[in-house]
Design a protein around this ligand. Sequence first.
Ligand SMILES: [Zn+2]
Length: 350
Amino acid sequence: MEERKCFICQNFAEFTSSSQHRDNWCISCRICGRYEISLEAATEIRHVAPDQPYLLSWVTRAASERENPLTLVRSNLKELIDSIALPDSPLAVIDNLILYVSKKSKMADTPIELPVMDYPVAYAKSDREFIFLINKAIELGYLEKAGGYYRLGLEGWRRATELRKTRYDSNHAFVAMWFDKKTEKYREAVKAGISNAGYSPIIADEREFTGNIMDFVLARIRESKFVVADFTVAPEERVKFSGTDEPENAKTKKGTRGGVYYEAGFAKGLGLQVIHTCKKENMSINRLHFDVMQENTIFWTDDEIVQTTVRLDNERLYDSSPRNLSEKIYDRIIMILGRGNLKPLYKSTT
Ligand SMILES: [Zn+2]
């Protein structure tokens, strides 16, 4: 073991060589947590988001807190950074802090330490911002200070319970998609990816419900930990209705999935991670709305939805064999959210 500067945050960290891969380092950093990194990725790292060095600290630390440390290789660096749901306000960072304190506190009255080096656990950008937000959380009644330690205040308990209902305990993943015979294979591939990652896929037309469909859908999204939304379009067509041939009784179906946009936007507003997918074809790609074009979308082809087996072998990260859609979804979920608690319903190879 030796002490060297962490590749991500540049603070001193412990380095040991990886037992599995000769060219990899296993790093234990007080800020970024534990992670493994290939030599190639270590050289590449300073070119990835150079203005926002804290982004990688956020993802490595979150995975380390989940006891599921990440392996950074050249090919997943950018994907990792693009997959982060940036906190949209200081209040969102305070929410993360509350959840962290509530998870760490073994008993309600036991205070915990919040060293400044823990700033990535709340997705704060620096130790300074972390201290500032801790003080704001105290002002809001979320936290109480006891000596140099902290514990949740009454408001903090309330907020933590509220947040846990959605973000924390849920094993559900809502799938926003077009329901049609043509999308059957997509449906199976997405379900396999979600299920292999330990979550239960929720598809609205597979559940029984009474009342308004949209109320039902929005309630399922609220209960979910994350959403997978497919933005593939259908060809535009003129459809007749009212049983007449009059041209004014026909209307154009645009084929763009308005419902998917609505559901994805609703989920994003709730602070949920939304994984975007879209068929890799001109018709669909050209009609992606400007607002979602910047998202890190998983594009898929017909070939990639035939096979729904998820190869779990860690070696998959290092070889160049193509991933199918189930594997792409599985990888993204593991990377940004970690494994869920459910047993996979689908077969996988190890
Ligand atoms: Zn570090």
